[in-house]
Design a protein around this ligand. Structure first.
Ligand SMILES: Cc1cc2nc3c(=O)[nH]c(=O)nc-3n(C[C@H](O)[C@H](O)[C@H](O)COP(=O)(O)OP(=O)(O)OC[C@H]3O[C@@H](n4cnc5c(N)ncnc54)[C@H](O)[C@@H]3O)c2cc1C
Length: 379
């Protein structure tokens, strides 16, 4: 067992940390306020290859293992979870193609991302959240059998208005149900495909979240991923692969909040002493430290299991659920340690608290993670 990052990982972490310090942290508050990425940031992230970390090397990507990707996302999470979400959505949208794409699809899809473009994963709908099998966007096969026509609306899609390419889940069976769920690659600008409402969010405000509207949108057969009806398995395997990364971003948020409140506690004086000397404050600091260390280890363990080719679905759910609960708890307590100042936007911790909340919700809520963990444990 080795708890240290190897030389290559350390080098990558250093590069990302540098980028985070110079290009993300100085603009994090402004991005949060304006609800969009800082101009030019996407190009800088792309220049470091961060949009293609999950893409296999043979298709022009970085082909990094999960443990290294998690280390990168933790660093991004320390800087701004909205930026981390934007970048991580590219990995989320890459996995369906890695899992089910043929050689031609991989070449075409990854060529687009390799040209510094964003991608999006579109599963959720207004009436379909946790119950992913109930997707009602319809994919009707054309009479000549050469393609499908999509009709329906997706909601809460990260990178919706920014992505060049989308993986969209739709139901090929009129009667609906899990067995009809099918995955498709859709290009931005396809006829009948428009971007709908942009959401105004509590946190991760630098990231873009929109509706996607399909009205008689034709998708050629060569853009169907896997077989008809394989979509549910593709979606679940994708979420398994990506969940430890939500955990990694959560660890990053928690670590940033932890450091900020520790620094503050050492200099804030009340009753003639730094508040760091009060045992109740120390108790909060110690709890945060334990929780963050544990969360990081569980994230790295899930990634290690994936990298070893082991079954890791249960551990991915544990990593995501635990780390996001830790991020929420730590950020709430970081605000507490900083008192009234923690509540004020001049300090970064209230943003960390708002950003942490989504980690318990997206890519499967933490109630759904607990269902997965219990089911995998009991049966
Ligand atoms: C900012 C943001 C970005 C997102 N990005 C994407 C994206 O890129 N792509 C995408 O496809 N989706 C995305 N989502 C959607 C996200 O994954 C869903 O919001 C999430 O899965 C929950 O679905 P829901 O919101 O419909 O909640 P619901 O499923 O309606 O759940 C509501 C509540 O009921 C609970 N609940 C539901 N079922 C059960 C059950 N069986 N047992 C116990 N409790 C249950 C839930 O845990 C939750 O507390 C995003 C959402 C947000 C807010």
């Amino acid at each position: 067992m080795d708890f240290a990052y190897n030389d290559e990982q350390q080098e990558i972490i250093k590069v990302v940390r540098d980028l985070v310090e110079k290009e993300i942290i100085p603009y994090a508050s402004e991005m949060d306020e304006k609800g969009k990425l800082h101009d030019g940031l996407l190009e800088k992230l792309a220049a470091q290859g961060l949009l293609g970390v999950a893409i296999p090397e043979e298709y022009g990507g970085a082909g990094l293992d999960a443990a290294t990707i998690a280390a990168i996302y933790e660093e991004l999470g320390k800087g701004c979870a909205g930026v981390a979400t934007t970048v991580a959505a590219n990995a989320l949208a890459s996995y369906p193609v890695i899992i089910a794409g043929n050689d031609d699809q991989k070449t075409r899809y990854f060529d687009i991302i390799n040209q510094d473009k964003l991608a999006a994963f579109a599963l959720t709908e207004p009436g379909t959240g946790s119950d992913a099998g109930s997707v009602s966007t319809r994919a009707q096969k054309t009479e000549d059998g050469k393609g499908y026509v999509l009709n329906g609306t997706k909601c809460f899609i990260t990178n919706g208005a920014l992505a060049e390419v989308f993986v969209v889940f739709a139901n090929a069976r009129k009667s609906g149900g899990v067995r009809g769920l099918t995955a498709f690659i859709v290009r931005k600008g396809a006829q009948g495909f428009t971007i709908g409402k942009e959401e105004n969010k509590m946190g991760i405000r630098a990231s873009n979240t929109t509706e996607l509207v399909f009205q008689d949108c034709y998708v050629p057969m060569e853009n169907r991923l896997g077989r008809e009806g394989q979509g549910f398995r593709i979606a679940m395997n994708t979420l398994d692969a990506a969940r430890p990364f939500v955990g990694a971003v959560s660890v990053g948020i928690a670590e940033a909040a932890f450091r900020a409140c520790c620094e503050y506690a050492k200099v804030r004086v009340q009753f003639g002493k730094p508040i760091a000397s009060f045992e109740m404050v120390q108790g909060m600091i110690a709890d945060m430290a334990m929780q963050i260390e544990g969360a990081r280890l569980l994230v790295q363990r899930a990634c290690w299991m994936k990298d070893q080719g082991m079954e890791f679905s249960r551990e991915a759910a544990i990593a995501k659920c635990n780390a996001s609960d830790v991020a929420m708890n730590v950020t709430v307590n970081a605000v507490q340690v900083m008192g009234g100042y923690g509540y004020i936007k001049e300090y970064p911790v209230e943003k960390y608290m708002r950003d942490a909340k989504i980690m318990q919700i997206y890519e499967g809520t933490n109630q759904i993670q607990r269902l997965v963990i219990a089911n995998k444990t009991l049966y």
